[in-house]
Design a binder for this molecule. Structure first.
Ligand code: AHR
Length: 497
């Protein structure tokens, strides 16, 4: 099959906000305990943080990490996680029905974030709590000193404020599973009052209101409209969450799921703009896609986990090659709406539905999904361009007119690089792609990286990691015409300079 693409530096979608390469650490399973934090591990420092894990996080170049939940935050008292570690309470954590030892809390996580070269995106509890606990936490984290909570932080050994800029107003408050689940009106009122109080403490912070937990929620998109009606003037972003799975083992439909993701993003943008018009507002609302990934492999195993244990192996999806292809595709969805999607967090980062796995007491390794995330995070910085694309299309059991070629293009004007991300999502047909890059005079191909495997179900485990990229992609460039061969079911990063 044949496809064509034409790229022009003037066809700009928008500047890529590097925070779309964010991630997420929740107090859940072995993300914190046995993941980022394992005192006594041979790779852990005095503070208990595993250096091997920090090194892998740095490889992914993650600029922001959401914390501490997730569903967990809706029952969390942040005060339990500060002060002398030995005095902290062990609590029943109701969202995941585990025992939370509170050995890691706000200050430890902020320290880890510094070491991992990333920023904290803090979520406040709007399930069991409200404006009072939230504004106290902002004071604890961001106020320099001379007030009760800022001095409490200083007394806990943290002199300088954390200056956390981005805050989530609760988590998935539209979901009946959420502790303190609310109607859109209840949430909208609570969120706007909490936002006001938090911004009174620190007017420099940015706030994310909860959108729907996924596109199939019965209240979507009315939830967004109502919530934004209350909060539009006080918040800066509305959140989106989405997980996919190939439960019916229909890989052709699975790899087309990002058509839904594009529609999800487009609908939320339309809803934001409807409220903007209704309010005669000049302000544009941005999107924070702060939970996204593949999540389905571990669902059965999780049912057998004993409640009220510390850090059981929950949500430990072992990802295969086709999951990596879908993850690349999801990242391209964000790039295509770089004008509005300003934050996105792969959920999650370590052990829990994660690109990085560890063995407690043992090594760490890269899951299949690590690679497309790393590629787009490293090379997808600059300005997202709108290519003109001609591609064959086909039908799957679930979708019609699925484009065989899924793509996104990023031009970095400072570094004078052009990166073409491409997925041939067809399971059987290769694609010969001709790309017109005449607008990029003197650029040459510097690398053509490919992630491919003949088994869609191939996985990376501690013992063996067969799914990894190579640089032997087939492409040539002459007189502004780039020709690339995209074998069936393969992920490509073609870099020009
Ligand atoms: O990331 C796992 C869970 O998925 C989060 O706790 C919750 O917000 C979502 O439902």
């Amino acid at each position: 099959k044949k496809g064509k693409m034409s790229i022009d530096p003037l066809f700009q979608i928008g500047k890529v906000d590097e925070r779309i390469y964010g991630s997420f650490i929740e107090h859940l399973g072995r993300a914190v305990y046995g993941g980022i934090y394992e005192p006594g591990h041979h790779d852990a420092g005095e503070d208990g943080f595993r250096q091997d894990v920090i090194d892998l996080v740095k490889e992914l170049n993650v600029p922001i990490v959401r914390y501490p939940g997730g569903n967990m935050v809706s029952g969390y008292n942040w005060e339990d996680g500060v002060g002398p570690i030995e005095e902290r309470p062990k609590k029943l954590e109701l969202a995941w029905r585990v025992l939370e030892p509170n050995k890691v809390g706000t200050n430890e996580f902020a320290e880890w974030a510094k070491r991992a070269n990333t920023e904290v995106m803090m979520a406040v509890n709007l399930g069991t709590r409200g404006p009072d606990a939230a504004r106290n936490l902002v004071e604890y984290c961001n106020h320099p000193g001379g007030s009760y909570y800022s001095d409490l932080r200083v007394s806990h050994g943290v002199k300088q404020p954390h200056r956390i800029k981005t805050w989530c107003l609760g988590n998935e408050m539209d979901g009946p599973w959420q502790i303190g689940h609310k109607t859109a009106d209840e949430y909208g009122r609570l969120a706007v009052e909490t936002a006001k109080a938090m911004k009174l403490v620190d007017p420099t912070i940015e706030l994310v209101a909860c959108g729907s937990s996924n596109i199939d929620m019965p209240t979507f998109p009315e939830w967004e409209a109502t919530t934004l009606d209350y909060t539009y003037d006080e918040v800066d972003y509305i959140s989106l969450h989405q997980y996919y799975g190939n439960t019916s083992n229909d890989s052709a439909s699975y790899l087309a799921k990002t058509l839904e993701m594009d529609r999800f993003i487009a609908t939320v943008i339309a809803t934001c703009d409807y409220i903007k018009a209704k309010k005669r507002s000049k302000k544009t609302m941005y999107l924070s896609f702060d939970e996204w990934n593949v999540w389905y492999h571990s669902r059965e195993a999780d049912k057998a986990i004993e409640p009220w244990t510390v850090a059981p192996p929950q949500l430990e999806d072992v990802y295969n090659f086709e999951d990596a292809l879908l993850v690349g595709s999801m990242l391209m969805s964000f790039l295509r709406r770089a004008d509005r999607v300003k934050i996105a967090c792969m959920a999650q980062l370590v052990n829990v539905i994660a690109p990085i796995m560890t063995e407690t007491g043992g090594p760490s390794w890269r899951q299949t999904i690590f690679y497309p995330f790393m590629h787009v995070s490293l090379y997808g910085r600059g300005t997202s361009l709108q290519p003109v694309v001609q591609t064959p299309a086909y039908d799957t059991n679930k979708y019609t007119d699925v484009p065989q070629l899924d793509s996104a293009v990023v031009h970095n004007e400072e570094e004078k690089t052009l990166t073409i991300f491409a997925l041939n999502r067809h399971l059987h047909d290769g694609l010969d792609l001709e790309i017109d890059v005449r607008g990029f005079e003197h650029y040459q191909i510097v690398a053509h990286t490919v992630l491919e495997h003949n088994d869609l179900k191939a996985v990376n485990t501690k013992a063996y990691q067969p799914v990894k990229p190579h640089d032997q992609g087939q492409s040539t460039l002459q007189d502004g015409k780039l020709e690339a061969r995209l074998p069936r079911a393969s992920w490509h990063v073609i870099r020009l300079k």
